[in-house]
Design a protein around this ligand. Structure first.
Ligand code: FPP
Ligand code: MG
Length: 346
């Protein structure tokens, strides 16, 4: 979690250290669950491991597990709270599914670069990337089955369906210049929110949380996940390419309209709307001049600010959802992480 943009308050450094230790266990579980006896397959798996980024989903699963553990009033906070093997398993399952979606998403996007490195489809072609994504996805189910939890299996299966449905809905609306905000939010809740939500929900369940508390943590994850995707979409339009680690303006190039563009088209005058549509269909949806012009156009209707404010609202909603949860260092770190989601520049 050292990559985060906001400083972690000093009193939360011990809990951050605990999460870092747990994440190192997640990485080991991830590696051993995926390991193949075939060198050609193992090389691909090792390549995917270079995609590892902020480990947001595993960190949330672990922290939601810590924060939902029934507390004993007055008990001292241990320097390193125990993180059970089942939390590590859930965290690794979520990260594996996340990696599977990235490998498949790069095929759909025809992307060459991810996290500053070459994508699997670029290195080995679409066939290998599709099957590697399937290998990751199957390994995630296989690992989840070691928990002997029907609930976890059912929820993880449901999440896989949600991710695919979100992506299919996005494909359905490709090049759709009339896509509206409710449809955008439906896509984002499914393609991004669902996995972050289930990481939080299952993290809490592994600590013995009941249905109501687990759902509360899940709703926290969903609001955070949607805010995360809005920030991702904003970075695609206005970010610094070196920090973001992948080419910018990819969404428009692929015919995907995101919140700032949708808001702009919904709120601009008919004349301005016509000019923007001309700009978007001008066949030059890339390059510095296009980026400058587009940012100016979006700023003229306050659409970049609108999307940023929406992401901040969702973070505030997520934080409010944790209000009834008893105070603990883990809960406080979750609140800091929620702010990081919209403060990040990558
Ligand atoms: C990245 O978003 C992609 C997703 C959040 C979901 C991708 C889901 C699939 C490809 C379908 C499900 C696949 C499996 C294996 C379950 P983005 O395209 O907005 O971000 P980017 O800028 O990183 O490409
Ligand atoms: Mg993509």
């Amino acid at each position: 979690m050292s990559e985060y943009a906001l400083a972690i308050p000093p009193e939360l450094l011990p809990i951050q250290e605990s999460v870092a230790l747990a994440l190192a266990r997640v990485e080991k579980t991830f590696e051993s669950a995926l390991r193949s006896d075939l060198p050609a397959v193992q090389r691909l798996i090792q390549h995917v491991e270079t995609y590892r980024g902020k480990m947001l989903r595993p960190a949330l699963a672990i922290l939601c597990g810590m924060a939902s553990r029934p507390s004993h009033p007055g008990a001292p906070t241990p320097r390193h709270p125990d993180v059970s093997d089942s939390h590590i398993t859930i965290a690794a399952v979520c990260e594996m599914i996340h990696m599977a979606t990235l490998v498949h998403d790069d095929v759909l996007d025809e992307a060459d670069i991810r996290r500053k490195g070459a994508t699997v489809n670029r290195l080995r072609g679409n066939e290998a990337a599709v099957i590697l994504g399937d290998y990751l996805f199957s390994s995630a189910y296989h690992l989840c089955a070691t928990l002997d939890s029907l609930t976890a299996a059912r929820l993880i299966g449901q999440t896989g369906m949600s991710l695919c449905a979100g992506e299919l809905l996005q494909l359905h609306h490709r090049e759709d210049l009339s896509i509206d905000q409710p449809t955008y939010f439906e896509i984002v809740r499914r393609k991004t929110g669902s996995l972050i939500a289930i990481a939080c929900d299952l993290g809490a369940r592994q600590s013995g949380a009941g249905e109501q508390t687990a759902t509360r943590f899940g709703d926290f994850g969903m609001a955070l996940g949607v805010a995360f995707q809005i920030q991702d979409d904003l970075l695609d339009l206005t970010g610094n390419q070196t920090l973001v680690g992948k080419p910018l303006l990819k969404d428009l190039e692929l015919g995907k309209l995101t919140l700032p563009v949708i808001h702009h088209l919904e709120t601009s005058s008919p004349h301005q709307r016509g000019r923007t549509l001309e700009l978007l269909s001008g066949g030059r949806a890339s390059g510095a001049a296009f980026a400058r012009e587009l940012r100016g156009v979006l700023a003229s209707t306050g659409s970049l600010d609108f999307a940023a404010a929406k992401a901040r609202d969702l973070v505030a909603q997520a934080k409010n959802l944790l209000a009834p949860i008893v105070d603990s260092p883990a809960k406080r770190l979750l609140l800091v992480m929620a702010d990081q989601v919209v403060a990040r520049a990558f």
